[in-house]
Write a protein that binds this ligand. Structure first.
Ligand code: ZN
Length: 368
């Protein structure tokens, strides 16, 4: 939809590419600094067979950003960043304000939406989005914002993320005073509500984001279980484009290009190892439903290991947080840069033909 970046940017694409490179370096170093502060294990040993595999390490939620801390962070960044706008798009079942972070310089430019935490127990995607927002406030990322409009909806399921729900979470494994659950306060899976749109969180997203902006691309960020592997090696995450037969082939192709940018950026780190996610064709799922309803190119990104779960094998200890947050930042920064300089149009999608679908070492993976 309205992807005119190629022509508008061609005159200064070289400059944009330089900025993009600097931006990437900064994004990565920022995430690394965070990993060090968080006391994480060295990145190289945290992947796949990394620390805690087996019992998955100490599962604790005390270092995760709370909803209130997220809101305070967003308001602080809004005050510091001239290019950023912060908007309340609705409320959760329990009355928490839902936020949209906007960097819209010119509606004619291509727009990407990043969505995190439809499932409340998939928090590191939000931690990564916060790092990304911080980077967008630095002078080095102004070139990116010249070429792309960025929308971010962090922590859509804020009630589930805070364990403030109308059902018990006594059997969840994380230590600490906070539990995180997949479902919203009413026990509904928000990523199965994109056709009926009954829940207030889903309504906020569709009424005040999807229908209000001309969005070209969307990445829906999730976490999967801990034991998926590709080619015999545990993955750091997995990706997938729309698989409903009702999606426009041109939209699917753009989605595959989005996936190509992510795959090459993550895989080239040396520690990243992505599989193809095995997902269904239901349009109640955002990856499919949003592609069909709005003609938006969508990508599902599943990070490895959940922040909390009632099944211990699905949750992953905090020692892996550093590299998973870093993987999120790389995913967001690389796609924004590739859209901004137009290079996404040249992204090679043939890797999808040989990318193996991940399989589970012992037992199922949680659904997207
Ligand atoms: Zn999920």
């Amino acid at each position: 939809m309205g992807d005119v970046a190629g022509c508008t940017l061609s005159t200064h694409s070289k400059e944009v590419r330089t900025v993009r490179k600097t931006f990437r370096t900064l994004a990565v170093s920022g995430a690394l600094a965070l990993a060090v502060v968080a006391g994480s294990a060295p990145l190289a040993s945290a992947v796949g067979e990394g620390p805690g595999y087996g019992d998955n390490g100490q599962i604790t939620t005390s270092r995760l950003t709370t909803y209130d801390q997220l809101v305070a962070f967003l308001k602080d960044q809004d005050a510091r960043q001239p290019a950023m706008e912060l908007e309340v798009i609705g409320k959760t079942v329990k009355g928490r304000d839902l936020h949209l972070v906007k960097y819209v310089t010119d509606p004619a430019k291509p727009t990407i939406l990043y969505l995190t935490q439809q499932h409340g127990n998939e928090q590191l995607t939000t931690e990564g989005a916060m790092q990304f927002i911080k980077h967008l406030g630095t002078a080095n990322s102004s070139g990116i914002l010249d070429g792309v409009n960025i929308l971010i909806v962090p922590m859509l399921n804020a009630d589930g993320a805070m364990g403030d729900v109308n059902f018990p979470l006594d059997d969840y494994v994380a230590k600490g005073d906070r539990h995180l659950t997949r479902y919203n306060a009413e026990g509904v899976d928000l990523n199965r509500d994109h056709v009926a749109k009954i829940q207030p969180e889903t309504q906020a997203l569709h009424n005040n984001v999807m229908r209000k902006y001309r969005i070209d691309y969307m990445i829906d960020l999730h976490h999967q279980g801990t034991r998926a592997e590709r080619d015999g090696k545990l993955v750091s995450g997995s990706i997938l484009y729309p698989t409903t037969p009702n999606a426009d082939p041109a939209v699917v192709q753009k989605s595959k290009q989005l996936g190509s940018v992510v795959f090459s950026s993550v895989d080239s780190t040396g520690w990243g190892h992505l599989g193809k996610y095995e997902g269904g064709s239901a349009e109640t799922i955002s990856r499919n439903g949003i592609a069909v309803e709005y003609g938006i190119a969508t990508l599902l990104f599943e990070m490895r290991g959940m922040s909390d779960h009632y099944l211990g094998g699905y949750a992953l200890g905090q020692r892996s947080n550093g590299y998973l947050i870093k993987q999120t930042v790389i995913t967001l920064a690389s796609t924004a840069a590739a859209i901004a300089d137009g290079s996404i149009a040249d992204a090679d999608t043939t890797f999808w033909d040989s990318l193996a679908t991940q399989n589970s070492r012992d037992g199922g993976e949680e659904d997207e």
